[in-house]
Design a protein around this ligand. Structure first.
Ligand code: SF4
Length: 313
C-alpha cells in the first residue's frame, strides 16, 4: 500500500517571482523547427501583439507599477530587428528587468549580445533541448544550432548584470539527457535557473510519439534537479505529477507570468486537457496539473503509483 504523503509542501528557493513579470508575444516566426514546438501549427495564424498594445502595457505600468519585469516572447524574438529599441523603451518606462525567451542562436554574435545588453535586456531564457550537438540539432532540425546556442550563452556569461535561465523540453528524445544537460552547462556562472518542461502535444493525441512515461522520466529528472541545485541553481519543473517527485516536489512550479497573447491560442492550449487524475477530486495538491488527455491515452492512469495528498484542514 502506498504511503500517505504530507500535505505540507516544502518551499523551494525562488530566483524569480512569476507574478512580478508580464510576458508579451511580439513575434511569431522562427528559424528552428523543433519537433516539440508548442505553436508550430498555430504560428502561421496567431497574431503578435501590436505596437499599440506594447505602448498600452508601458503606460499601464508607469501608472500602476504592477510588474517589475517585461518578457518578450512569441517564437524567436531575436528575429525582430527592433528588439533593442523595444527593450530600451521598456527600461525607459520603469521596467527593472527585460527578459527575452530565445533559442539563443543570434547570441553567438558577441556584438549582438552587447547590443542587447546595452539596450537593457538583462535576463535571457534560452531553450537548450539536449546535452550534445547531435541530439539538439536532430530535435531542432537545424545543423549547427547547438554550437551557436552554447556559444551565445558563453558570450552572455561575460556580461555583468546578466542572468540566464534555460528551458529543456522533456520528451522521449531528450529525457535521458537531463543530467547531462546540467553538466554540459555547469561552466556558466550566470546561469541561475534551469527549467524542465514536460512536453505538451497541444492536442488530444501524441501524434509525434514524443511523450515519455513519467515513470521513465522520474529517476532521471530527480538526478537533474539535484545536480542543478548542487551548482546553486534554482529549478522549475512543469507539468509533472507532484506526488511522484518525493522530496523534490518543491521543484514543481506550474505558475507562469501574466501572458498577453492572441486569445485564439487558448482553445488550442486547452486541447491538452489538464487536471486528469483518478485522485483529482480529493487530492490536496494545489499545484499539480495531473495528467493530460494524450498522456492517459498513451500510458493509462498510473492509478497504482499516484498518491493523493491529504487536503489541508
Ligand atoms: S492530482 Fe494526482 S498526480 Fe497530482 S499530486 Fe494528486 S494524486 Fe498525484
Amino acid at each position: 500500500m502506498a504511503a500517505i504523503l504530507s500535505a505540507e509542501r516544502p518551499v523551494a528557493r525562488k530566483r524569480f517571482v512569476h507574478d512580478e513579470y508580464v510576458e508579451l508575444t511580439m513575434h511569431f516566426r522562427c528559424n528552428l523547427k523543433c519537433v516539440h514546438c508548442m505553436i508550430e501549427d498555430t504560428m502561421d495564424w496567431l497574431k503578435p501583439e501590436s505596437m499599440q498594445k506594447f505602448e498600452e502595457i508601458l503606460a499601464f505600468n508607469v501608472d500602476n507599477a504592477r510588474w517589475k519585469g517585461l518578457i518578450f516572447t512569441g517564437s524567436e524574438i531575436t528575429l525582430r530587428k527592433d528588439l533593442p529599441e523595444l527593450a530600451r523603451r521598456a527600461r525607459e518606462h520603469g521596467f527593472e528587468h527585460v527578459r527575452i525567451q530565445t533559442h539563443g542562436m543570434r547570441l553567438s554574435s558577441e556584438s549582438y549580445c552587447r547590443e542587447l545588453v546595452d539596450a537593457g535586456i538583462d535576463e535571457y531564457f534560452v531553450s537548450v533541448t539536449a546535452a550534445d550537438a547531435q541530439t539538439h540539432d536532430a530535435i531542432t532540425e537545424v545543423p549547427g544550432s547547438f554550437d551557436k546556442t552554447l556559444r551565445g550563452m558563453e558570450n552572455l556569461d561575460a556580461f555583468d548584470g546578466v542572468s540566464m535561465m534555460t528551458n529543456t523540453v522533456v520528451t522521449k528524445l531528450s529525457y535521458a539527457q537531463l543530467p547531462a544537460v546540467v553538466e554540459r552547462l555547469s561552466h556558466l556562472h550566470r546561469l541561475v535557473q534551469m527549467e524542465f518542461w514536460n512536453y505538451l502535444p497541444m492536442r488530444e493525441t501524441d501524434d509525434k510519439d514524443l511523450i515519455a512515461s513519467h515513470l521513465d522520466v522520474l529517476p532521471v529528472m530527480r538526478v537533474a534537479i539535484k545536480k542543478a541545485r548542487a551548482l546553486g541553481r534554482s529549478v522549475e519543473v512543469k507539468n509533472f505529477p507532484e506526488c511522484l517527485l518525493g522530496e523534490d516536489r518543491d521543484a514543481l512550479d506550474n505558475d507562469q507570468p501574466k501572458l498577453i497573447i492572441d486569445p485564439a491560442f487558448w482553445p488550442e492550449f486547452m486541447r491538452n486537457g489538464f487536471h486528469q487524475c483518478v485522485h483529482h477530486e480529493y487530492c490536496g495538491s494545489k499545484t499539480c496539473l495531473g495528467l493530460n488527455t494524450a498522456y492517459v491515452k498513451k500510458f493509462g492512469w498510473h492509478a497504482d503509483v499516484l498518491v493523493p495528498f491529504p487536503k489541508a484542514p
